[in-house]
Structure formats: structure tokens, C-alpha cells
Design a binder for this molecule. Structure first.
Ligand SMILES: Nc1nc2c(ncn2[C@@H]2O[C@H](COP(=O)(O)OP(=O)(O)OP(=O)(O)O)[C@@H](O)[C@H]2O)c(=O)[nH]1
Length: 440
């Protein structure tokens, strides 16, 4: 899934990615998966009665029927979406493809969510839509699990990763990093899905701006308890760094780097040295706490660990999308046709690791970390949702029971009062004032 503010290049990203997919030809020479994704043709999106502020018409110009789409789009639609004219996304779009990835057949669904626009409450309403969508997929799994006879061919509809697009406009501001809206949205989304942050339109950033922005975004995430997907556990990251740098801890390394920085980097050097000081104590504390970390990690192949470390170090991933019309551009240096953007001063190749992190992101999503993302979705996010939902139901049932009990206690109390009153009245006891000589 791709989500974030409007106009950051989410649809363009899907279109760029599409350009690299090896589609499998199926019967009738359709190169994308059938629109009927689930075996019993259930809708894959929830139906919402309240249209969000961004509602209007979708890419194909069809008026929006409800807040969220009702079923996955078909193969023709998906290919048309990835290759036709680029338009603003006004309705969630599920592009479904059957692809060959590393000799493996995978059913890939790319969900394009409408970009956020408007006031804080409008952004929050768009976030509600995304949460509803994500939870609906969990509900489909929950419904399947509850069946006496489960369908062995049931499709996994869960969203395994959400690429959250971050605007790079703050790069030049005094306070680069996540906006208040991003923080609010990310806090909610990270409780439901693996979040992979993406720095959009990276061609408009210099190297220094990119570095600063990446650091600021990661720092904001930590300060606001936003959990991004971790390619590498902190314990392993530290171990790797320490091994590589001759037993220096990350903070000592930071200080060492700071001392090597040139005169133009004064500010950054001071920041790094200062950060290093506080971190040393934190590192010692973490060291003690991390005793019960996943020991399997210690057995991992060093190549895998290095790849994980590289991916972790790239977050948030910078991406550059191809030009709107998708025209492949000829790289003058190599003479090859590339997916990219052409400027008067040269050609940007979206898949060149020197230009952006798109290639690493693609490989993490579609091959190296695909299984891990799926597993975490099922074992952590789905389980969490399931537990919350069952607890909420138990609580509601308990409250209803309590209410019922209270009502029946009240009812029996009032009926016994009525009976007593009735008795009293019948026996001439004071249900009403009885006058007599003793009153004097
Ligand atoms: N310079 C530059 N422009 C880009 C890039 N990616 C997309 N664009 C342009 O940004 C504009 C918006 O792109 P979209 O892909 O429609 O953005 P979106 O995030 O899907 O927007 P919504 O549909 O409103 O959510 C288009 O004009 C794109 O050509 C990029 O990497 N660099």
C-alpha cells in the first residue's frame, strides 16, 4: 500500500515499479490477475457510507459510490492504471498483477490510497479510511478462521507493508522532519501495518539535504514512539557496527567521525559529538536490556546481516519516479533506455542506486523481506487486532450482562416492593395513611 499527502508521487511510484515487473501471461493473454481476488468473490475493500473529503470520481471517471472501493480492480484496469494518463487518485485503487519474481510466481496487489488534502480533520478522516481498509482485511481473515470448514484456497488479503510518502518540502526549513499531520497519521497506522517510510521526489534534494532529512525523520519517529519496520534489530545493528569498527560503539564512532569532519561541517560535527555523549549511557542501558533478544539472529549469514544493515541505514528510502508519460529516456553516457527523468543537465535513472534507493526498496519488498513482512503482519499486527477485537467483544458482552443483571435486580426489587405494597394494602398496613386512635 502507498499512502501519504497528495501529489508526492505515490501513483507514479506504482507506475515506475510496474515498469520492472515481469508479468506472467495467463489464459486469454491477460497479464494481470483476475479482478475476482477472493475465491468466493468477497469484496476486498470495506464499504463506507460516508464519502471522504477527497471523494469525487476515480481514475476512470466513474462517480464514487462509497467512501472506499468495493472490489479489487480487474487485470485490464490494473494495466491501464499503470500505463494510462496519470491522474489524481480519488478512490482507493487495487492494482493486481501476477508476476514472476526470482523464478517465483507471486500475486501482487498494489493499493493506491487517495493522497491527503485539506485541514487537519480532513487528513484524519483520510487516515480513518486507511485504518478501516486495513482492519477490513483482518476481518476477512478472522471470518475465514472462524469457519468450521476453512477454505484451503482462501486468499491472504492482508496488507504486508505501507509505504508512507513523506514530503521533502521541510528539507530547507529550520525544522526538517515529520509534520504534525505525519506524526498523527503514522502513530495510528504503525499500530496496524508495517510502515516503510519513503522520501518522495528525491531528485529535488541535494545529498546534504537528504542526509539531514533522513536523520530528522528517524529522530522524530523515535521521539514520537512511531515504530517503522526494522530491517535489523538494534542489537544486531550495534554488533555489526562494533565489529566493523574495531570494537568502537556507535556513539564512540560518531565522536570519531565528528573529529574528522571538515571546516564546512562544523555544525554537524558539534551535533554529532553532543549526540554521542548522551547515547553512550543509553547504549550501556540497552546492552543490559537486550539480553533476551532473538538469539536466532546470531546464526544469520553475514551477507544477510550486511544487507539488512544496508537497508536499515537507507531508511527512509529516497525514491524518484519516472516521468509522467512513462517514456523511456536514453541515457547519453551508456546509450541505454532507462526509466527516469530528463533534465537539461542530464538524465536521472530511477533504478540507479547512486540516484536514489528505489532499487533497494524494490528488492526488499518483492524478494529479500517479502516473507518477513508477511509473517510480521500475520503474527504481530493481525494477532494484535484479533486480541483487541475479541477483548472489546468480551467487554461489551460483560457490560451487557451486567446491565441485564442490574435491570433484573431492579425489576425484581420493584416487583417485590409492589408485592409488599399490595400485601400492605390488602392487609390494611400503611400503604396509605390509616387513621386511628394511636395517632393522637
Ligand atoms: N520531480 C519529480 N516529480 C514527481 C516525482 N514523482 C511524481 N512526480 C510528479 O508529481 C505529480 C504528482 O504525482 P502523483 O503520482 O499523481 O502523486 P500522488 O501522490 O499519487 O498524488 P494523489 O493521487 O493526489 O495522491 C506528477 O506531476 C508527477 O509527475 C518525482 O520523483 N520527482
Amino acid at each position: 500500500m502507498v499512502a501519504g499527502h497528495s501529489g508526492l508521487g505515490k501513483t507514479s511510484f506504482i507506475r515506475t515499479l510496474f515498469g520492472t515487473l515481469r508479468l506472467r501471461s495467463s489464459k486469454g493473454s491477460l497479464n494481470a490477475r483476475s479482478g475476482e481476488v477472493t475465491p468466493d468473490n468477497r469484496p476486498t475493500s470495506p464499504v463506507s457510507s460516508a464519502p471522504s473529503p477527497a471523494s469525487g470520481s476515480n481514475h476512470s471517471g466513474t462517480p464514487r459510490q462509497n467512501g472506499i472501493g468495493t472490489k479489487a480492480n480487474g487485470p485490464k484496469d490494473s494495466i491501464g492504471y499503470a500505463t494510462g494518463p496519470l491522474e489524481r487518485t480519488r478512490n482507493p485503487f487495487e492494482a493486481v498483477f501476477e508476476v514472476d519474481e526470482g523464478h517465483e510466481k507471486i500475486n501482487l496487489t498494489l493499493v493506491d490510497m487517495p493522497g491527503f488534502v485539506g485541514t487537519a480533520s480532513e487528513v484524519d478522516a483520510s487516515c480513518d479510511d486507511i485504518i478501516t481498509y486495513l482492519e477490513y482485511q483482518f476481518d476477512l481473515t478472522l471470518a475465514e478462521e472462524r469457519k468450521v470448514r476453512r477454505n484451503p484456497k482462501a486468499t491472504d488479503n492482508q496488507i504486508h507493508a505501507c509505504l508512507y510518502f513523506i514530503d521533502n518540502a521541510t528539507s530547507a526549513s529550520a525544522r526538517p522532519g515529520l509534520s504534525d499531520a505525519d506524526i498523527r497519521v503514522l502513530k495510528r497506522l504503525s499500530a496496524r501495518v508495517n510502515i516503510i517510510p519513503v522520501l518522495a521526489r528525491a531528485d529535488t534534494l541535494t545529498r546534504a539535504q537528504t542526509r539531514r532529512l533522513k536523520q530528522a525523520i528517524n529522530k522524530d519517529a523515535v521521539q514520537n514512539q512511531i515504530q517503522f519496520f526494522q530491517f535489523l534489530s538494534p542489537k544486531l545493528a550495534k554488533k555489526l557496527l562494533t565489529d566493523k569498527n574495531g570494537n568502537l560503539t556507535p556513539s564512540q564512532l560518531k565522536k570519531k567521525r565528528a573529529s574528522r569532519m571538515g571546516p564546512g561541517d562544523d555544525e554537524e560535527a558539534a551535533e554529532a559529538a553532543l549526540e554521542g555523549e548522551g547515547e553512550e549511557e543509553e547504549e550501556e542501558e540497552e546492552e543490559e536490556e537486550s539480553g533476551d533478544d532473538d538469539d536466532d539472529e546470531d546464526d544469520w549469514d553475514s551477507e544477510i546481516v550486511e544487507e539488512k544493515a544496508l537497508l536499515q541505514s537507507l531508511m527512509p528510502f529516497t525514491v524518484i519516479a519516472q516521468e509522467e508519460d512513462g517514456t523511456e529516456i536514453r541515457d547519453e553516457e551508456t546509450g541505454e533506455r532507462v526509466q527516469g527523468r530528463e533534465f537539461p543537465w542530464g538524465v536521472l535513472n530511477c533504478w540507479d542506486p547512486k540516484h536514489c534507493d528505489l532499487e533497494s526498496l524494490r528488492s526488499a519488498l518483492l524478494s529479500s523481506h517479502r516473507a518477513e513482512l508477511k509473517e510480521l503482519t500475520f503474527r504481530y499486527y493481525y494477532e494484535k487486532y484479533r486480541t483487541e477485537k475479541l477483548l472489546a467483544r468480551t467487554k461489551t458482552q460483560y457490560q451487557a450482562q451486567q446491565q441485564q443483571q442490574q435491570q433484573s435486580v431492579k425489576a425484581s426489587a420493584s416487583s417485590s416492593t409492589t408485592a409488599v405494597n399490595h400485601l400492605r394494602t390488602r392487609d390494611g398496613l400503611p400503604g396509605h395513611a390509616i387513621s386511628g386512635p394511636w395517632e393522637e
